[in-house]
Design a protein around this ligand. Structure first.
Ligand code: PHB
Length: 391
């Protein structure tokens, strides 16, 4: 409450200052990017920054005569207090026009009240718990939601005679959403979840859980773990404990076979089926241009993943707002534009649902296969125009 007051006063002071010296605030458009750039989730910030750089390399660094200025802030991990403090600094001290980034759900939830209070558009580039967009009317999401991705995985599973499933999810917002949406669809199709396992978000040791999965003898295990190190750790356990040999298939959200880490995960991923909104192997001119620009703007960074694409599309939306408002950013006018954005993304066509400010997009079914000796998520089926279910 006290912080809220301080923020309100500081915002007021900033507004007054701007009135005395309008040129000061108007030279550039400032975008504050809040994400983890260090610690176990450092890759999230780096992928987003890479996507932002790729967009700016392709489209220039000024719009409507204004220079686009990116201010990077490191949360160090899923630390809500740090994320909130950084957002307050960005609003009060740096006077940003947009808040952006948010790899992890706890960061997004902590910043939502700051965006609401300061009337700053908050561009979600990854965080994927369904409820996030309900926490402020200034939030718009360019990534995905876990229910949007997980429900089609269950639909595909029952069609392919996978009926008895163990679920394993990270025990926080996106994992709980994934578990619920997957189960609802599976049960509708006549399947059953025989065991629902939740693992801690920080440093999980997968081996005891993998043994439990083996003992339950399901047709498949459905996985959501946050992309990166945890995907590598799960697939290592899967390989070492012989789940594949025991006839237990892996089905998952594409976080498990994240394009950035897939080449480092070894052959245990071959044949893994996932549903997701982006694959580096997606065939389209927009994706070709994105991959080229990402590689040029981020030498030696490896493959871009879905977080880079979320950031790239978020930047496309910001550029559109700046163009349409001719460089004078007002939070409410910006939101009116953001609510109706439609883009040809590297992932395929996307649109923002004006009622929910959440994304509508194609969810692809993919299988890990080698292309020229390198593993990729190869798309072979799709569910078009998917909303976040239940919204
Ligand atoms: C999230 O915290 O919302 C999150 C993190 C990593 C993912 C997906 C969602 O891969």
């Amino acid at each position: 409450m006290v912080m809220k007051k301080i923020l309100a006063l500081a915002t007021l002071a900033a507004a007054n200052y701007g009135a005395v010296s309008p040129a000061y605030a108007q030279d550039s458009i400032k975008i504050g990017v809040i994400a983890a750039f260090s610690g176990p989730f450092a890759d999230y910030g780096k992928q987003m920054e890479g996507g932002i750089k790729a967009y700016m390399a392709q489209h220039g660094d000024s719009v409507a005569g204004k220079k686009i200025e990116i201010i990077i802030k490191d949360t160090t991990g899923p630390s809500p207090e740090i994320a909130k403090r950084l957002a307050q600094e960005l609003v009060v001290r740096d006077k940003v026009d947009f808040l952006a980034g948010f790899g992890l759900t706890p960061e997004a939830l902590a910043v939502a009240p700051v965006a609401e209070q300061a009337k700053k558009p908050m561009i979600i580039m990854n965080a994927a718990t369904s409820a996030i967009t309900t926490k402020s009317s200034y939030i718009v999401r360019f990534s995905m939601t876990l229910p949007q991705i997980s429900a089609p995985m269950a639909t595909w599973a029952v069609k392919n005679n996978i009926k008895k499933v163990v679920t394993l999810v990270a025990d926080y917002g996106p994992g709980i959403d994934a578990e619920a949406a997957f189960k609802t669809e599976l049960v509708k199709g006549g399947g059953t979840v025989v065991e629902a396992i939740r693992v801690p978000l920080r440093n999980p040791d997968f081996s005891p859980y993998i043994q439990r999965i083996k003992n339950a003898k399901p047709d498949a295990v459905f996985i959501f773990v946050p992309a990166g190190e945890q995907s590598i750790a799960f697939m290592k356990g899967y390989r070492e404990r012989g789940l594949g040999e025991a006839g237990i298939k892996v089905i998952a959200t594409g976080d498990l076979t994240d394009d950035h880490v897939l080449p480092a995960m070894g052959d245990a991923t071959l044949g893994v089926i996932t549903t997701f909104h982006y694959s580096a192997a997606h065939k389209s001119p927009e994706n070709q241009a994105f991959l080229k620009s990402f590689a040029e703007a981020n030498p030696k960074s490896g493959r871009p993943n879905f977080m880079a694409v979320g950031a790239y599309d978020g930047m496309a939306a910001i550029y559109e707002v700046v163009r349409k408002l001719n460089g004078k950013i007002d939070g409410d006018q910006a939101m009116a534009i953001l609510k109706n954005i439609k883009l040809n993304s590297p992932r395929g066509p996307i649109a923002i649902d004006p009622n929910t400010r959440d994304i509508i997009q194609t969810v692809y079914v993919r299988k890990v296969e080698k292309i020229n000796g390198e593993p990729y998520n190869v798309e072979f089926d799709k569910f078009t125009d998917q909303k976040d279910p239940g919204k």
